[in-house]
Design a protein around this ligand. Structure first.
Ligand code: ADP
Ligand code: MG
Length: 141
């Protein structure tokens, strides 16, 4: 099924100048960018995005990190896009991520792990609406 997922190239990856490399990996995996913007998340925008994690001990550090510099936020579209992107990203902890995944290649730590990807269709819908309000979720490329 053709799906859409929300991806973020996080501030650590932008600082490392690997935006192009990450987007090339999306495209090579059949994940077509259909919307994209660079933005410096405020602390409160990061908190709203990660609201599901607000009780976690790492919430403050995570939202501080996410607001530490510009990110690139994208909607990716493709066959099974949500799972394909999760597989391409690798495990949350780059040290545990499979070789060749984006996090294994570019992630520095469990926090600064280069990329975000929606983890379910419900999450994708919320996250796409959060950053691209008003975009028709079901429109084609
Ligand atoms: P994922 O991004 O793989 O879906 P989670 O949803 O569990 O992972 O966590 C969201 C983000 O919070 C992670 O990508 C990472 O940046 C950060 N994070 C997760 N676990 C930890 C942790 N134990 N310590 C610090 N940061 C963490
Ligand atoms: Mg997650």
């Amino acid at each position: 099924m053709v799906e859409r997922t929300l991806a973020i190239i996080k501030p650590d990856a932008v600082k490392k100048c690997v935006i192009g490399d990450v987007i090339q990996r999306y495209e090579a995996a059949g994940l077509d960018p259909i919307a994209m913007k660079m933005m410096h998340l405020s602390k409160s925008i990061a908190e709203g995005f990660y609201a599901v994690h607000r009780e976690r001990p790492f919430f403050h550090d995570l939202t501080t990190f996410m607001s530490s510099g510009p990110s690139v936020v994208l909607i990716l579209e493709g066959e099974n896009a949500i799972q394909v992107n999760r597989d391409l990203m690798g495990a949350t902890d780059p040290q545990k991520a499979e070789a060749g995944t984006i996090r294994a290649v570019h992630g520095a730590s469990i926090e600064a792990n280069a990329v975000h990807g929606s983890d379910s269709s419900e999450t994708a819908k919320f996250e796409i609406g959060y950053f691209f309000p008003g975009m028709d979720f079901h429109a084609g490329r």
